[in-house]
Design a protein around this ligand. Structure first.
Ligand SMILES: [Mn+2]
Length: 219
């Protein structure tokens, strides 16, 4: 089984995952978190969060975003897993790099973390804010070179943000460099569905895009 959910923020929005514990899952089952997982946040809480997330009993794959300690992420070993480059955070917990395409049970997922913190001015660099949060041209290049191998086609896009049009129309937020980068991806990629987190809403935008927060969907 493959499940997808929105932001979990360490232990803050972890409770929603408890329904998965009742399902008697194995490590051949997967939970994909669309950013703000909050597992790699501070060395002090790291082991506590690992224990919490390991307790779910399935493999966890998350994308990064604005609330990520990139120093901690980058210390984890890089591995190839399900055809994508990932940081192995723990035995069954992985962070998938931006622009990678993973394949699980014949489903392909283009993964593209990254988002701009709207409260960046109130955060402390390298303690609660990291410049790596922004989607770069290098990330888009990586996506494009991986997409070349799939003829620009994937089953799903997993991102933290949405494209500019969706952000303005559905949430009334402003555009930024990340939403603009994702607008480009939206135009060039042929996908069935785009799942994203970030906005803390459970909302089906249209028949191709869904914002996830508390909801856990199974595909
Ligand atoms: Mn969040």
């Amino acid at each position: 089984m493959i499940f997808i959910t929105g932001d979990t923020h360490g232990d803050i929005d972890y409770k929603k995952l408890l329904v998965l514990k009742e399902k008697d899952l194995s490590y051949d089952d997967y939970l994909i978190i669309c950013g703000d997982a909050g597992i790699c946040w501070s060395p002090q809480s790291f082991q506590y969060f690992l224990n919490l997330y390991n307790d779910i009993g399935c493999t966890i794959i998350f994308i990064d975003d604005k609330h990520e300690n990139f120093e901690m992420l980058n210390m984890c070993p890089l591995v190839e897993y399900h055809g994508a480059v990932m940081h192995q955070i723990d035995k069954h917990i992985f962070h998938v790099l931006r622009g990678e395409i993973m394949e699980i049970d014949k489903n392909t997922f283009l993964c593209l973390g990254g988002a701009i913190s709207i409260d960046k001015m109130e955060r402390t660099p390298y303690v609660s804010w990291w410049p790596e949060e922004e989607i770069t041209f290098h990330d888009i290049d990586n996506a494009l070179s991986n997409l070349e191998k799939t003829n620009n086609k994937v089953d799903y896009v997993i991102a933290h943000c949405a494209d500019t049009h969706t952000v303005i129309k559905a949430f009334g937020y402003r555009r930024d460099i990340c939403t603009d980068q994702l607008t480009f991806i939206d135009k060039v990629v042929d996908y069935k569905h785009w799942f994203f987190g970030h906005y803390h809403f459970d909302r089906k935008i249209d028949n191709k895009k869904t914002c996830l927060y508390q909801e856990i969907i199974e595909i």
